[in-house]
Design a protein around this ligand. Structure first.
Ligand SMILES: Cc1ncc(COP(=O)(O)O)c(C=O)c1O
Length: 961
């Protein structure tokens, strides 16, 4: 066989350093070889003995060629299935400038607000759009999908229930029988562990009882019917209950928004605002509510504040970190959401504006009207008196069968129920499509289709539900309707944000590695993008093949036997894994096992997920080295041995260390009847060297948006598949509409059977192109880079935790607490790094007053050195305060970051030079300077007066005067 030339290998593009660099780095660390470093870092007793059974690497070219063939196994039908997913037209200006643009998709979650004003504005636009369309004042910056958004609303109101009366135990949740099938499935999943009883029925006939805390309606219903709910709302309100509406976002351009007819929360999906179906995702769900609930709304919420110069500045509001702060008291575990897709949907609204959105809704509705009329002429009975885009046609099973055969032949997908066929129209429908649909139904009717059909302007919407109020009135939705203007608006926002296109983003626990173009390109291919999640499996053979292979790779990498690709984020993976553990204990008639042991250093999502899975959290101590105190674990495991359900452990630990006692830790848990959940956020330090299976865990999630190259997209999308051993394999989640999951599958955790299926392609490409050797090399070089930074910076900053041989894993924590005496905080260092052109490392997690650095394998030695130079220079700046050469509380650190407005202002009263402020190191003059759009943002101000929709334009004008 011919040997590949070195330039053909993707691994050389993915790993940032070359042989020469690596030798110099090993020398700086003080080891002779990479193997020696790895031996000193990863404990011997957990090292993998065999190479991974993963195929050899493919070149990028070969991979794309092969993938074209796999893609051809998918069949793209015209799809009228509905059920919350629709064909849509992605404006090319958005595909090219956002979806396929690393300046947008490689951004991190906007925790560093000063270098994230672009995406913060786009997300604020999203919130404004959702708020306007739903008629409620507060909206968050996206959730994962419609089903989980509905479940979040249920949990939020359940947590509020006892405010109504201290005596009554309200635990019933009424769900309309017109709710989407997938949503109902998820509600059941989420309700059971919380002790919520779900009742399902006809909403029009529902009478509030004394136990019901809230009701959920679908608007329009799953069958397409548009109904009045005002009487029901009154009945619910009379008994102090809450009303949630799951609404179709496009329909709200024509229908009275639920906020106006009394809903307390409105949830849904914004997919049909220009985001391809992608066989299930990713898309942004939305969640809007009343001001009363602004402090408890789940997910991230963008708020308007000011910077130190009193200019308007955006940032994520307080509750953003809900699970980090409230931990087991949180009602939601949501962390990664769907930022990039929310940005896409908001830009669709910016591009089309209120007139455009209304026109799209009108057109869709009118086609539905035409179809309704023509089907009536053909003798069919359409059941919905009022509808928006979906018709429900009564059929006998014989008719249904005939239509199904004819539709399949014509490459058309419809939604079939026991006694009806549903047809959901959308903005892509053309005259020809409509003719084809009419011809299809005519083929089984005794009558002939009309030769010509006419469009009526009449609405099939009851007068009482016709939208009267304006929406998207803010100038941002009325200014950018030409492509030139839109392109420039997108660029203007992009320029405010620091992404991987500018510099390394050394975020511990987040693994901001290369998101290669070849991995991302196929996501936009129509054969992957334009497939409905509930399309028949016979049309998705390409996808099925990819899932099968990817599941095998992930199982091999984790040392487990089965995998679920359903969870849409790491936190969702945690929940899914814990639910599998719960099902396992229940199946063994050990329902009482409900204690989750969680180390104090755990990520906040861990305790939040445990509580959502019906478990009680018992915190296990960590020692000064950041390791679990084994004696404390043992004591607690033994004390709870009758009820122990699980231990949740992050490995390597959240402190960036391979704990040597890990096997003992797992064994103690097992001995006391619990199973071990391994949080896989740090898998980038394990792949090919050890595995969750090797440490004796039972289940783990993988953040594909960390280890497996899915870009972070400014706070999502992500994917959190779980891998499990044989014990848990039967309990992997299923789905009501598509067969998937284990033998005793639990109900669904996501709306789509394989979560955000289209981005699984990215991780698939990652493994295929790196191959067996490459995925392991990635781990080794990630460890090398982290230890190199440690070697370079250890003289300037204490490294908080190290392993037995004084090594760190793939990340390291620098302790900055000693500088407090000089009034310099970790935040000051983080903000000062912006002046040096860098995104801050993870701030104050897992230890307050520290920064956690994770360089990843993709960074070059030059870039690592540039970062280390910046950190060393900052150390000198701190020393200047200590020696009295710089003022306390008025120095380059405390005043950072410095904006271009400040630096170029005629007024300059600061006790240091402009050059020192803006160009502290020479490299900044060589194209590395990044100007923050605003100065240090005032968080407290924003939380005191929460504003989370676009402020009037005058607010900006006043500030610049
Ligand atoms: C250790 C750890 N666990 C869990 C999570 C949650 O993952 P996600 O944000 O994908 O929900 C994170 C996210 O940063 C993490 O760092």
């Amino acid at each position: 066989m011919t040997k590949l030339s070195v330039f053909d290998q993707f691994v050389n593009r993915h790993i940032g350093t070359n042989n020469e660099d690596q030798d110099a780095m090993l020398q700086a660390i003080g080891v002779k070889s990479l193997e020696e470093l790895i031996d000193q870092t990863v404990p011997k007793n957990i090292r993998s003995k065999k190479a991974l059974r993963i195929p050899a690497a493919m070149t990028e070219f070969a991979f794309l060629k092969e993938l074209e063939q796999t893609a051809a196994k998918n069949k793209v039908f015209r799809t009228y299935i509905g059920q919350g997913y629709h064909q849509t037209i992605t404006p090319s200006v958005l595909s090219r400038n956002i979806f396929q643009n690393p300046g947008w998709y490689t951004q991190y979650t906007p925790y560093q607000a000063e270098i994230a004003q672009g995406r913060l504005e786009a997300l604020l636009n999203f919130q404004t759009m959702v708020s306007d369309l739903t008629g409620l004042p507060i909206a968050n910056a996206s959730l994962l999908d419609e089903g989980t958004a509905a479940a979040e609303a249920m949990a939020m109101f359940f947590a509020q229930r006892n405010k109504r009366s201290k005596e009554n135990e309200f635990n019933e949740f009424f769900v309309s029988n017109k709710v989407l099938t997938a949503t109902l499935d998820i509600l059941h999943t989420r309700a059971e562990p919380l002790g919520i009883r779900i009742t399902v029925g006809d909403a029009q006939k529902f009478n509030m009882n004394d136990k019901t805390f809230a009701v959920l309606l679908q608007y329009p219903g799953e069958d397409g019917a548009v109904e009045e709910y005002s009487k029901l709302v009154k009945r619910v309100k009379d008994k102090d209950g809450f009303v949630i509406a799951a609404a179709d976002i496009l329909s709200l351009a024509l229908l009275t928004p639920p906020g106006e007819w009394g809903a307390d929360a409105v949830v849904g999906n914004t997919q049909r605002f220009g985001v391809p179906m992608g066989y299930g995702g990713p898309h942004a769900a939305y969640f809007a509510t009343k001001a009363d609930f602004k402090r408890i709304i789940p997910g991230r919420i963008i708020g308007v504040s000011v910077d130190i110069h009193e200019r308007p500045a955006l940032r994520m509001a307080l509750q953003t970190r809900e699970q980090h702060i409230r931990r087991e008291k949180a009602t939601s575990n949501i962390c990664t959401a769907q930022a990039l897709l929310a940005i896409m949907a908001s830009m669709y609204a910016v591009y089309h504006g209120p007139k455009g959105i209304r026109a799209i809704a009108e057109r869709t509705h009118q086609y539905a009207q035409v179809l309704n009329k023509e089907l009536a002429n053909l003798g069919f009975i359409q059941k919905n008196k009022h509808f928006f885009d979906t018709l429900c046609i009564a059929t006998t099973s014989e008719q249904k069968q005939k239509i199904k055969v004819a539709a399949t032949k014509a490459n058309i997908n419809l939604f079939y129920t026991k006694d009806s066929i549903r047809v959901s129209l959308d903005e892509t429908v053309s005259d020809n499509d409509l003719t084809d649909l009419i011809t299809l139904f005519a083929s089984i009717s005794k009558k002939k289709a009309s030769a010509k059909w006419s469009v009526s302007k009449r609405h099939s919407v009851p007068n009482s539900l016709k939208r009267q109020t304006e929406f998207l009135t803010h100038p941002v939705f009325n200014s950018y309707h030409t492509e030139t203007k839109m392109m420039r608006y997108i660029k203007r926002l992009e320029n405010r944000d620091l992404s991987l296109t500018h510099a390394m983003i050394p975020l511990g626990s987040c693994t901001m590695k290369l998101n290669a173009a070849t991995q991302l390109i196929p996501v936009s291919w129509p054969a992957f993008a334009n497939i409905h999640p509930f399309a028949p499996l016979s049309q998705t053979k390409g996808y099925q093949q990819i899932f099968k292979e990817l599941e095998e790779y992930l199982c091999e990498i984790t040392g487990f036997t089965a995998c679920s690709l359903q969870p849409n984020s790491g936190a969702q993976g945690e929940y899914t894994g814990l639910m599998a553990i719960r099902a396992y204990h229940h199946n063994r008639k050990e329902k009482h096992r409900d204690i989750a042991l969680i180390p104090s250093s755990a990520h906040g999502t861990n305790p939040a997920s445990a509580v959502m899975a019906g478990m009680k959290v018992v915190v296990v101590k960590c020692d000064d080295e950041g390791n679990i105190v084994v004696a404390d674990l043992k004591e607690k495991a033994e004390a709870h041995q009758d009820n122990l359900a699980a231990l949740m452990v992050t490995y390597p630990s959240t402190h960036g260390v391979f704990e040597t006692a890990i096997k003992e830790i797992c064994s103690i848990t097992h001995k006391n009847g619990g199973l071990v959940y391994m949080d896989g956020a740090n898998m980038n330090a394990q792949v090919g060297l050890t595995s969750p299976g090797a440490i004796d865990a039972d289940v783990c999630h993988l953040n594909l948006h960390k280890t497996f190259s899915i870009p972070h997209g400014g706070g999502g999308p992500g994917m959190g598949p779980i891998c499990v051993n044989d014990k848990l394999a039967p309990f992997l989640p299923g789905h009501r509409l598509v067969k998937t999951g284990g033998k005793n599958a639990t109900t669904a955790v996501s709306s789509a059977p394989w979560g955000s299926a289209s981005i699984l392609l990215i991780s698939y490409a990652y493994v295929k192109m790196l191959g067996q050797q490459g995925v392991t090399d990635a781990t080794k070089y990630a460890i090398l880079n982290a230890n190199y930074i440690k070697a370079e910076l250890a003289d300037d900053f204490p490294v908080l935790y190290t392993g037995e041989h004084d090594r760190v894993a793939h990340e390291l924590i620098l302790d900055l607490r000693q500088f407090k005496a000089l009034h310099v905080s970790a935040e000051d260092v983080a903000k000062r790094l912006i002046d040096y052109g860098f995104h801050a490392p993870t701030l104050s997690f897992p230890v307050a007053g520290t920064v956690m650095i994770e360089p990843t394998e993709s960074e070059s030695k030059d870039e690592l050195d540039r970062f280390c130079d910046a950190m060393k220079s900052i150390r000198k700046e701190i020393d200047e305060i200590a020696t009295g050469d710089a003022e306390e509380n008025n120095n380059v650190l405390t005043n950072s970051p410095h904006t271009v407005n400040l630096i170029t202002s005629d007024e300059w009263n600061l006790p240091y030079s402009r050059e020192k402020a803006a160009y502290p190191l020479p490299y900044l003059r060589e194209g590395f300077k990044f100007w923050p759009y605003v100065g240090r943002v005032n968080n407290a101000h924003g939380d005191r007066t929460l504003i989370c929709t676009c402020p009037p334009i005058e607010a900006y004008e006043e500030a610049t005067e």
